[in-house]
Design a protein around this ligand. Structure first.
Ligand SMILES: Cc1cc2nc3c(=O)[nH]c(=O)nc-3n(C[C@H](O)[C@H](O)[C@H](O)COP(=O)(O)OP(=O)(O)OC[C@H]3O[C@@H](n4cnc5c(N)ncnc54)[C@H](O)[C@@H]3O)c2cc1C
Length: 452
C-alpha cells in the first residue's frame, strides 16, 4: 500500500463519505475526501436537517389553533416571517458545515475542495491535480430529477426550496414520494395554499396500504388539495406567476411549482464508465454485499448505490466499509428492519414489512390495527385520527411490521425499532406495560387481530 499516496480516497463528503473517511482514518488509514459543493452533503445542506427545521416551523400554526380552540389561550396576534426562518436555518447549516470540517480535521482526513473524477482504478483527479489511492470510495449521493415537459425549467426542486426569496401564496407540489408529502405539509403549515399532484392512484408507493390511505385522508382533512391520477404536462409563465397544464387539460395557477418527482444516483461525468465500473437498476452503481464494485479497488456507498436512500443507512454502510477495509473484519451492511419516518402532518413512522409484503412472505399473518382520536384532540376542533398497526408472523409470533400515522410517530418508532430488530414477539409486546396516557401505549395493548 505504501507507494500510493492514500489508502482510501473518498469522493463526496456527505453522510456516508464522511463517516467512512473518519472511521477509516481512526483505524490508521491515510484518507483523503473530495467535496465539490458542501460538507455534510444532502442531509445537512438540502435534506433532512433544514427540512426538519422547516417542519418544526410549520407545526406552530396547529399549536396555536389547538391552544385557542380548546385549552383556554387567547393569542392577540400572530404572523410568520419567512426570511427569519430561512436565514436562521442557513446560519445553523453553516455552523454544521464547520463542525464537519472540524470532524474531518480532527480525524486526520485530508479535505480536498473540488470536483473529483476517476482517471484509473487507483487515481483520482481534482482541479487538475492527481492523487493515487489503494482504494477509492464513490459516495456522491443523488440529485433531483425533473420531468422533460415544456416549461420544466420554470419549476423548482427541493434544492432551491431551502433558499426561496419569498414564500409563495399558492404552491403546486408534484410527486408522491415522502419528500413531496413533507413539503406539501410544510408549506401548508406555513400558510401556503397547497395542491399536491401525483400521477398514481395513491401516494407513498411502497408504504403499507392502510398508512397510505389514512395519511391521504388526514392531509385532505387539513385542507391540502391532494389529487391522484393527475400530472403536469406543461408549465407556462403567466404575468404574476406560473401556470400548470394538467393531464386532464385543466389549468392551475400558482406562484411556485415543486418537482419532487424522484432522485437519480449522482454518477454523471465521474469517469466511472472509462474505468469499467458497472451500473445496476436506475443508473445506480452496482455493488456486492460489501459495497465493492466490479472493479476491485473501487467501492460505493449511500444513495449512489440506491439500496436504501436514508442518511443512517449511508452512515451504516460507511462504518461497514471501514471495518471491511481497515479492521480486518469484513462486514456487509444490514438493510433489514430499518426504521423510517415521513415528517408529514401527521407524521408517519414505520419499521419492517407492510401488510402486503408480509402476506407474500409468510404462510399466515395476524394484523392488529387501531385508529383513534388522540387525547389532546378531545378538547380541540381537530378531527385528526391516529393509526397504529402491527403485523405478526403467526408461525413464530414475531412482530414483522409496525406502522404509525400520528403525532411523534418518528420518535415513537425509534424505540420500537430496537425491540423489533432484536426479534420481539407479540407475546413480548403483550407482556410490556404501557405508559399511560400516551398514544404509544396502544402498541402494547392491542389484543384482537383484525385480519391476516
Ligand atoms: C429533501 C430531502 C429530505 C431528506 N430527508 C431525509 C430524512 O428525513 N431522513 C433521512 O434519513 N434521509 C433523508 N434524506 C435522504 C438523505 O439526505 C440521503 O439519503 C443522504 O444524504 C445520502 O448520503 P450520501 O452520503 O449517499 O450522499 P450525499 O449526502 O448526497 O452526499 C454526496 C456528496 O457528494 C458530493 N459530490 C458529488 N459528486 C462529487 C464529485 N464528483 N466530487 C466531489 N464531490 C462530489 C456532493 O456535493 C455531496 O455533498 C432526504 C433527502 C432529501 C433530498
Amino acid at each position: 500500500m505504501a507507494d500510493r499516496e492514500f489508502d482510501l480516497f473518498v469522493i463526496g463528503a456527505g453522510s456516508g463519505g464522511v463517516r467512512a473517511a473518519r472511521f477509516s482514518a481512526a483505524r490508521g488509514a491515510r484518507v483523503a475526501i473530495a467535496e465539490d459543493r458542501y460538507l455534510g452533503g444532502t442531509c445537512v445542506n438540502v435534506g433532512c436537517i433544514p427540512k426538519k427545521l422547516f417542519v418544526y416551523a410549520s407545526h406552530f400554526r396547529d399549536e396555536m389553533e389547538d391552544a385557542t380552540s380548546g385549552f383556554g389561550w387567547t393569542l392577540t396576534s400572530s404572523s410568520f416571517d419567512w426570511p427569519t426562518l430561512r436565514d436562521n436555518k442557513t446560519r445553523e447549516i453553516e455552523r454544521l458545515n464547520r463542525v464537519y470540517e472540524g470532524l474531518l480535521r480532527d480525524a486526520g482526513v485530508r479535505h480536498i475542495e473540488g470536483r473529483a473524477t476517476l482517471v484509473d482504478p487507483h487515481t483520482v483527479e481534482v482541479d487538475g491535480k492527481r492523487y493515487s489511492a489503494e482504494n477509492i470510495l464513490i459516495a456522491t449521493g443523488g440529485w433531483p430529477t425533473v420531468p422533460e415537459i415544456p416549461g420544466a425549467e420554470l419549476a423548482l426542486t427541493s434544492n432551491e426550496l431551502f433558499y426561496l426569496d419569498e414564500l409563495p401564496h399558492k404552491a403546486i407540489i408534484v410527486g408522491g414520494g415522502y419528500i413531496a408529502v413533507e413539503f406539501a405539509c410544510i408549506f401548508h403549515g406555513l400558510g401556503v395554499d397547497v395542491t399536491q399532484l401525483y400521477r398514481g392512484p395513491l401516494f407513498l408507493r411502497g408504504f403499507d396500504g392502510d398508512v397510505r390511505s389514512h395519511l391521504a385522508e388526514q392531509i385532505r382533512g387539513r385542507g391540502i388539495d391532494l389529487r391522484f391520477e393527475t400530472n403536469v404536462k406543461a408549465i407556462e409563465k403567466t404575468d404574476p406567476g406560473i401556470r400548470a397544464v394538467l393531464t386532464d387539460d385543466s389549468k392551475l395557477d400558482a406562484d411556485l411549482i415543486l418537482f419532487a418527482t424522484g432522485r437519480r444516483p449522482n454518477t454523471e461525468n465521474l469517469g466511472l464508465e472509462d474505468v469499467g465500473v458497472e451500473f445496476g437498476k436506475a443508473g445506480a452503481i452496482a455493488v456486492d454485499a460489501y459495497s465493492r464494485t466490479n472493479v476491485p479497488s473501487i467501492w460505493a456507498i449511500g444513495d449512489v448505490t440506491n439500496r436504501m436512500n436514508l442518511t443512517p443507512v449511508a452512515i451504516h454502510e460507511g462504518v461497514c466499509l471501514s471495518e471491511t477495509l481497515f479492521n480486518d473484519n469484513p462486514r456487509s451492511p444490514d438493510h433489514e428492519y430499518v426504521p423510517a419516518a415521513v415528517f408529514s402532518q401527521p407524521p408517519v413512522g414505520i419499521i419492517g414489512l407492510t401488510e402486503e409484503q408480509a402476506s407474500e412472505k409468510f404462510a399466515a399473518i395476524d394484523v392488529y390495527r387501531t385508529s383513534f382520536r388522540a387525547l389532546k384532540h378531545t378538547l380541540t376542533d381537530g378531527r385528526e385520527r391516529t393509526l397504529m398497526k402491527l403485523i405478526i408472523d403467526r408461525a413464530t409470533d414475531r412482530v414483522v411490521g409496525l406502522h404509525m400515522v400520528g403525532p411523534e410517530a418518528g420518535e415513537i418508532i425509534q424505540g420500537f425499532a430496537v425491540a423489533i430488530k432484536a426479534g420481539a414477539t407479540k407475546a413480548d409486546f403483550d407482556a410490556t406495560i404501557g405508559v399511560h396516557p400516551t398514544s404509544a401505549e396502544e402498541f402494547v395493548t392491542m389484543r384482537t387481530p383484525v385480519g391476516g
